[in-house]
Unconditional design. Structure first.
Length: 280
């Protein structure tokens, strides 16, 4: 039987969510390995930074575990980046799956190892009733049967041609890493961004921040994922698409939308670093 290890690199795990999600996974033929660290509580975190990093390492080293599924986001994953042993992960490659606050963890491991990382649903999404297509795609990733990218149709906001590795994730997390050693490298890559529950002016500020940090300078393309519950667009005067087009007006790469990635909607797992091409 395939076994997936459950990791809480940020907030602690609710036992009720664990039971519901593990039941759904077991019904699909997936066994679970659940380190005790998931239930530690230190403030809002599932243990201190060192213990959360140790749990990550233990799941990579555990030969019984075929893939690692993050339990939930919230906040805290970026706090463990400085403790990651990239040599250990490189020696024990296996899929790591998550999104939202997990963005920094995924992008850092993808940049420093050859171990596969996937932007996709987490344990709490399963517990809350993940849509069928996203759940089936997640199962394929856990079983090792998934292609790097799902079949998707994108809409062009600005036409053009681009090809490169697909990178990205949650806009707030990506912006928070700007100016640090963990800032995402985007040269000659396709960047996707998503976010949730932010006012329009914050989205504007975040896009401006990644632009001023140089993340848009040499892109091959930009893709907008799910932007859910973005408030005050009327008062601010622009929605997400208008904000992005405004800040990218001095660039020439294609800008696309419609990729089902992120919060509160279909969230089809994609492998970060996978080659992606687009021609208008």
């Amino acid at each position: 039987m395939i076994t997936v290890g459950i990791l809480s690199p940020a907030r602690w795990l609710d036992p009720g969510a664990l039971r519901a999600a593990c039941g759904a996974l077991e019904s699909a033929g997936i066994d679970t390995a659940i380190p005790d660290q998931n239930f530690l509580r230190e403030g809002q975190f599932a243990g201190n930074d060192e213990k959360r990093a140790e749990a990550l390492h233990s799941l990579y080293e555990d030969e019984r575990v075929d893939a690692i599924l993050c339990a939930r986001g919230g906040f805290g994953s970026t706090r463990i980046l400085e403790y990651i042993n990239f040599d250990l992960i490189s020696a024990n490659p296996k899929p790591l799956i998550g999104y939202s606050d997990i963005t920094g963890l995924l992008s850092t491991i993808e940049s420093n190892t050859k171990s596969p990382v996937w932007h996709g649903p987490m344990l709490t999404d399963i517990a809350q009733g993940l849509d069928k297509r996203s759940f089936e795609r997640l199962l394929e990733v856990i079983r090792g049967d998934a292609g790097a990218l799902p079949d998707i149709e994108l809409t062009s906001l600005r036409e053009g041609n681009g090809e490169g590795p697909l990178v990205g994730g949650n806009l707030s997390v990506l912006a928070s890493l700007c100016g640090t050693q963990f800032q995402l490298k985007t040269t000659k890559k396709i960047l996707f961004i998503e976010d949730v529950d932010e006012p329009a002016y914050v989205i504007d500020r975040l896009v401006l921040q990644i632009k001023q940090a140089g993340m848009l300078d040499r892109l091959e393309g930009l893709i907008l994922g799910n932007f859910f519950d973005i408030s005050d667009t009327g008062e601010f005067g622009s929605g997400v698409e208008e904000i992005v087009l405004d800040h990218c007006s001095d660039t020439g790469f294609p800008i696309l939308t419609g990729i089902p990635l992120g919060h509160n909607g279909p969230n089809l797992a994609v492998r970060l670093g996978a080659s992606f091409g687009y021609a208008a």
